[in-house]
Design a protein. Sequence first.
Length: 305
Amino acid sequence: MPIFRFVLVAVAVLVAAVLAFPQSVPNGIGRLGSLVETFLPWLALAVPVLLGLAWWRRSAAGALAALLPLAAWLAQFGGHLLPRGEQPHHLVAVQHNVSDENADPAGTARTLIAARPDVIGLEELLPAALPAWEDALRADYPYRTVHGTVGLWSRHPLAEAAPVDIRPHDVGPDWNRGLRAVARTPHGDIAVYVAHLPSVRIGLEGFDAVRRDESARRLAAVLAAEPLGRVLLLGDLNSTVDDRGLRPVLSLMTAPPRDFAFSWPARVPLARIDQILTRAMVVTGIDSLPRTGSDHLPIAARIRL
């Protein structure tokens, strides 16, 4: 087999293997595994490249090999392309990192309210902008609690509101990006958490998610001790549900149906790093909402108890 054809087939097999078994990519060097898992659906872009190279070199073997990653992608994500009918639900939740540079709280609030949610979790709330957010949401969401830069607005009364400490070990006490409250809904009490995990960075040393992963473990410890049965987690977790860095949290919560409701970056959404996770409840559908003044898109989930 000519060397070019061999390389083409080998690359196709490798991409297919990563798509089928992303957990096999090691995380020891630059957290490569987490990086691959975060953007896993986009490995589909390798298929047209491989097919183009196979056509250029008139390689039937290369073209056939390019179908392997296509088959692996369809097995993983093909279900996302199928239409889903509206299913019965009891609550709607919205999650949005509103951005500390958002110049239009009122317009953003209108977009969120249009989804008619029962609860709204927000991150990157600056003290100077908080009055504008309160004014924009007060009429529809009279119950609210804010701790640090995260907040929760609700149609239903809130009780037991308190901050949740998810700080990495090297961060000071003024870093407050977690809260818990109990929503007194007509369907019973629900423990609602709002969390904003540390950002990740891609640099010369790879995918830097050390602080994010530590914060996820601290959040998981709090969730494990939660006394209420029904739990709702709204947050910018700075990762997708496929990223092994969130396994401590995901082992305690249920992820929504897998689909392409991406939330970041708002201009060209590539991944859903904003999450709505549940315990003892089921997310029947999840959607990205229209763009606001943030670099994230809001997401809305319909929840059945």
